[in-house]
Ligand binder design. Structure first.
Ligand code: SF4
Length: 444
């Protein structure tokens, strides 16, 4: 595993405020200031944690690092020397879908502000101020203003970016240039993945350029300072071999084990012999095995008992969703999926099948399960739940269209829709959404 870069705090603590200079300072509690002062550019996160008295939990430490990185109180470590890793044959090409224009664009980097200030915005019919200030982790930062629920530079009629159309892609803020690509630290360098919110993922997965051929573009984004906005899951940001990840709330595993676990899930999703229902069952069975301390890693054939457990998990998940989330006809379909992983209920056309597998793999590769819940197991279960629910929703859409099986567009729309539902439900009802939580004690 690579030694990952180690950050240093910027500025110093005086009179209850953390001061960086150039107007960048923040109200910081003494406890947080003590943690920040430990980031000297020498100690990694583990060394920082063990040097702090009284001790600080890993969760609090991560939160402090995340907030400090977002608010510009931590220097960006030297991560440009790290190799970039992509997943298999992933592809990407920006098709200008405009999804990113609906987000809050910022915090803008100094280089973004300079570039925008140099443009003659009268050419895009813009006059007056285009910036607004918003607080990020206690620090005021500049964002682009919004108009009618989109960026002030978004052209609703032409459905594109006026800056891009008039001045070229490189005139845009870095966040816009980079979307939906994201980088996170992984065991072999920087992991490049595609964010789930891109509306053109079907086309981009199929017709985009191989990501592994686009390293120079990604490196170019890096030189512009990408990363200062803090899109990284900083729990792995600065950790070398001692890194840990949360398997379940409070239960930590070495990062190398985490990599093995996610590798097994990726393998199940890549197995052409497994239909979608089989891949999902395999995933659930595998997660159950991890939870009970008996992960079936590698190509071992599952035992009869493991198969039964996988089916039981799938049934629980489907019954839960049927009761909680869905309309009656979708609930009936979910129960069918839950019946022994009914393969016919999860049939897709070949394009939709390939799309869904790639989508799930990108989510896992981009640490989305961890971002959702902070822990690997609950996050992966959420992912499978979202997928099963999306299959049921897409099936409903296909039936209304008079088709036997859903296509990729129906899967994409259903997955995006269900994600919001699943993510909304989960924090309040983890005990019901995670059927595994009733199982044996998590291994420590
Ligand atoms: S600057 Fe352009 S690409 Fe960026 S959010 Fe605004 S309209 Fe979209």
């Amino acid at each position: 595993m690579l030694a990952l870069p180690i950050p240093r705090a910027r500025g110093s603590y005086t009179g209850g405020r953390w001061r960086v200079g150039s107007g960048l300072d923040a109200d910081v509690e003494p406890r947080v200031a003590r943690i920040l002062q430990s980031f000297d550019g020498q100690k990694d996160l583990v060394a920082v944690a063990s040097s702090l008295r009284p001790a600080v939990s890993a969760k609090e430490l991560r939160e402090v690092v995340q907030r400090a990185a977002l608010s510009g109180l931590l220097e960006e470590p030297d991560w440009q020397r790290l190799p970039i890793e992509v997943l298999g044959e992933s592809r990407f090409r920006c098709l200008g879908c405009g999804t990113s224009c609906r987000f809050d664009i910022g915090p803008l980097l100094p280089s973004d502000l300079e570039r925008l200030a140099a443009l003659d915005l009268r050419r895009v019919g813009h006059q007056g101020d285009y910036l607004r200030e918003m607080e990020v982790a206690g620090v005021s930062r500049s964002f682009l203003k919004k108009h009618e629920d989109a960026c002030v530079f978004y052209d609703h009629d032409a459905r594109n970016c006026k800056l891009h159309a008039t001045f070229g892609a490189q005139s845009k803020p870095l966040a816009c240039q980079a979307f939906p690509v994201q980088l996170a630290f992984g065991p072999g360098g920087l992991r490049l993945s595609l964010r789930s919110s891109c509306a053109q993922r079907i086309e981009t997965f199929q017709r985009g350029t191989l990501l592994k051929q686009q390293e120079s573009w990604v490196r170019q984004l890096q030189t512009l300072g990408w990363g200062k906005q803090g899109p990284f899951p900083v729990w792995v940001l600065f950790l070398p071999e001692q890194a840990t990840a949360e398997l379940a709330p409070g239960a930590h595993i070495p990062f190398s084990t985490y990599v093995q676990l996610e590798g097994a899930l990726l393998e199940a999703l890549s197995d052409p012999k497994l239909p979608m229902a089989g891949a999902l069952c395999q995933g659930l069975r595998f997660l159950y095995g991890v939870l009970t301390g008996q992960p079936a890693l590698g190509a071992q054939a599952p035992t009869v008992r493991e198969r039964a457990r996988g089916r039981e998990c799938l049934r629980n998940v489907c019954a839960l969703l049927a009761a909680e989330v869905f309309e009656p006809e979708q609930a009936a379909l979910l129960r069918r999926i839950g019946q022994d992983g009914d393969a016919s209920a999860t049939e897709l056309d070949a394009q939709a099948d390939g799309f869904l597998r790639e989508l799930l793999k990108q989510e896992i590769w981009g640490y989305e399960p961890l971002r959702w819940t902070g822990s690997f197991l609950p996050g992966c279960v959420m992912l499978v739940i979202a997928c099963i629910a999306a299959l049921a929703l897409a099936r409903g859409a296909a039936e209304r269209r008079g088709a036997a099986v859903p296509n990729a567009a129906e899967i994409h729309a259903a997955y995006n829709g269900i994600n919001r539902i699943v993510l909304r439900v989960q924090p309040d009802r983890p005990e019901t959404l995670l059927p595994f939580a009733q199982g044996p004690v998590f291994p420590s």
